[in-house]
Design a protein around this ligand. Sequence first.
Ligand code: C2E
Ligand code: CA
Ligand code: CA
Ligand code: CA
Length: 277
Amino acid sequence: IHTGHWCVHYRPDLEARYVRRLTITTELKRALASKQNELSMVYQPKIDVQTMKVCSMEALIRWNNANLGFIPPDEFITIAEQAGLIEQVTTWVMNQTISDLAYFRQQGYEFTVAMNLSTQDIQNKKLLDKLVRILAGAGLSPASLELEITESDLVADASLAIENLSSLTAQGFHFAIDDFGTGYSSLAYLKNLPVKTIKIDKSFILALANDKDDQQIVRAVLGLATAFDLKVVAEGVEDKDSLAMLQQWGCDVVQGYYISRPLARSNLEEWLHSSPY
Ligand code: C2E
Ligand code: CA
Ligand code: CA
Ligand code: CA
C-alpha cells in the first residue's frame, strides 16, 4: 500500500528526470558524432600569487544544444559516465585541448594547460595511452599539461588508478587533486601518492572574506600543505579581499571570477593582451 502511494506521488518527477537523462544521452551521442561545433572548450586563467602572472589555464568543456540549450558540464559528464560515453567525451576534450595548447605555444605563451579527467578515465589505460600519443604527436612535452582528478578517484578501491597515476607521473605528467576538502582523503594520505598539487574546493573559497569557518579551514589546509610540500591552488576566488587573504597565508595559485571567467580561445587572447596578469 505504501509503495503504491509512493509511486503515484513521485512518478511524474522521476519520469521527467528519466526523459531528460535519455534526451541528454541521445543528443550527446549525436553531438559527438556530428561535425558541427556543439561542444567547445573554454579556458580559465590561474595566477601565480608570487608573480601575479598567468601560470596555467584550466580547460573546461561547454555544450550548447539546439533543443536543450546550455547543459552544465557537471550534469552531462555524470550522465556520460553512466551511459558509457565518457571515453568518447574525454577523447574529444583531449584532442581539442592539446590542439589549443599547441596553438598557445605557437603564439609564444608558456603557461601550462590543465585538463579534467573523470573517475573512469583514470582507470582506462587505453585512453591514457591515447593521451600520451596525442601529446607526442603534437610535439608537446607532458610537463606542458596538468591533469586534474578528484579525491574520490584515488580513495576507494583504486589500485588501478594509482598504478596509472604513478606510470604517467614517471613519464613527466603532473597531477592535481581537484575539489580538495569535499571528500574523505587527508593530506597525510596524499603524501604517499605522486601528487604535488591540491586545489581547495571553491565551496571553501567563495565566501572566504566573510566566513570565519572557511578562513580557519583554508588556513589549516595551507599550513599542512606547506608541511607536506604540496602546492596549493584556490579556485572560486571572486573578490579582492579573499585574494588578499590567500596571498597573505601563502597560497601558491589563485583562480576565479575575480581574475577571469572561463573564456573561449579567441576571447582569451584578447584578455591576455589587455589584462594586468
Ligand atoms: P571543476 O573542475 O571543479 O571546475 C571548476 C568549476 O568552477 C567550473 O565550472 C568553473 O567555471 C567554476 N568556477 C571557476 N571560478 C569560479 C568562481 O569564481 N565562482 C564560481 N561560482 N565558479 C567558478 P564548470 O565549467 O561549470 O565545470 C563544472 C565541473 O564540470 C568541473 O568542476 C568538472 O568537474 C566538470 N568538467 C568541466 N569540464 C570538464 C571536462 O572537460 N572533463 C571532465 N571530465 N569534467 C569536466
Ligand atoms: Ca578542475
Ligand atoms: Ca572544484
Ligand atoms: Ca568538480
